[in-house]
Ligand binder design. Structure first.
Ligand SMILES: [Fe+2]
Length: 351
């Protein structure tokens, strides 16, 4: 059932059903029963979150109203709505988006033993304002024909002159690259990260364009030899049943950089409870469900991501990649460096 509420990029989806069984058992008159509900603003598409929310409704009886949209638009909307916002939960990908929402005062602090137990501290806000729900690695996609795995090592190495005209990556206006630059600032300081960007830009085979999937396709098409992309885009192509996608992954490999030092840069998708939530208890239940075994499995599998809860096994496609060392820098720190990363990319000419 879809409500009448519609906007260009935002749609409400009403999901689930009213759970009255418990109310009847407690002896409350039916007329007084109010459907428990939680309103979610999601920067993730309905296809990547809908089935998990349906499972939550099935398990708890709490109805979920979902509004999907662009992360920046949702944040602006929450700010404009202020205390009148119907939103209880803001769910989005990349710690840069979570950090911006936190800086705008849009989240409230939670104190949930379950969330703290299930989610490693480096993947949640130290003050309980947001929690990571899935992990994605920013990996190197490479041409199997033109690159040997032994030539690949680190992000830093992609700035070396021997990669001249062979590297592609999307624009630095994208938060994934901003968080990658933030990880370079964390590892090397601003000057070191700036030097790396200069070298990388000098090696680019073309001006940054398209999304991560486009970079993988371009490597397959011979436009470049290596690309920097999020792991799940490669996973999606692996899972695809179209011949075109199979051909792409048949000629492109995936490599986890920096395994001999600090580890591959990883990011999260995550969520927090809004500052003015009117359904706080239900919102916390939802976050706890998303961090638990059923929620984690569905949430991570839908997009070929790594579960944030170490007790939950990844999908077959993700398990087949094997284990890897992830950079241990806390997600919150990457968020703090976001502003510096954006400025640095601009100064060093990463368009
Ligand atoms: Fe993405």
């Amino acid at each position: 059932m879809v409500s009448g509420y519609r906007e260009k990029d935002c749609r409400w989806f009403l999901k689930g059903f009213v759970w009255i069984f418990g109310v009847l058992c407690l002896g409350a008159p039916l007329a007084d029963s109010v459907a428990e509900e939680v309103n979610v603003y999601s920067g993730r598409k309905e296809a990547l979150i809908g089935p998990v929310l349906a499972a939550f409704t099935e398990e708890t009886g709490i109805q979920v109203n979902l509004l999907t949209g662009d992360a920046d638009q949702l944040r602006t909307r929450l700010e404009a709505e202020g205390r009148n916002s119907p939103a209880d939960v803001l769910l989005t990908s990349d710690v840069a988006n979570l950090h911006r929402a936190t800086a705008a005062g849009l989240f409230q602090e939670l104190d949930s033993e379950l969330l703290e137990k299930r989610i490693p501290s480096r993947y949640r806000d130290p003050n309980g304002r947001w929690y990571g729900l899935s992990i994605r690695a920013r990996v190197i996609a490479y041409s199997i024909d033109r690159v040997s795995r032994t030539e690949l090592s680190t992000y830093e190495d992609l700035a070396d002159a021997r990669w001249k005209g062979r590297v592609i990556v999307r624009s630095s206006s994208n938060v994934y690259n901003q968080s990658l630059i933030a990880s370079m600032i964390s590892a090397h300081g601003t000057a070191g990260a700036g030097k790396w960007i200069r070298g990388l830009v000098a090696n680019m085979a073309r001006k940054p364009q398209g999304g991560d999937t486009d970079q993988i396709r371009a490597v397959a098409a011979g436009e470049a030899d290596v690309a920097i992309v999020n792991s799940y885009y490669y996973g999606r192509l692996l899972a695809s049943e179209t011949d075109r996608d199979r051909q792409v992954v048949g000629s492109v490999g995936m490599f986890f950089p920096n395994q001999d030092n600090r580890g591959t840069h990883v990011n999260i998708s995550g969520a927090g409870v809004t500052a003015h939530s009117r359904n706080r208890a239900e919102a916390v239940f939802l976050l706890e469900f998303l961090s638990g075994p059923v929620g984690q499995k569905l949430f991570a599998d839908l997009n070929h991501e790594f579960p944030v809860n170490p007790e939950v096994a990844p999908s077959q496609i993700v398990s087949d990649w094997g284990s890897f060392r992830a950079d241990s820098v806390p997600s919150a720190k990457l968020g703090e460096f976001n502003g510096a990363a954006v400025r640095l990319a601009d100064q060093q000419g990463w368009r």
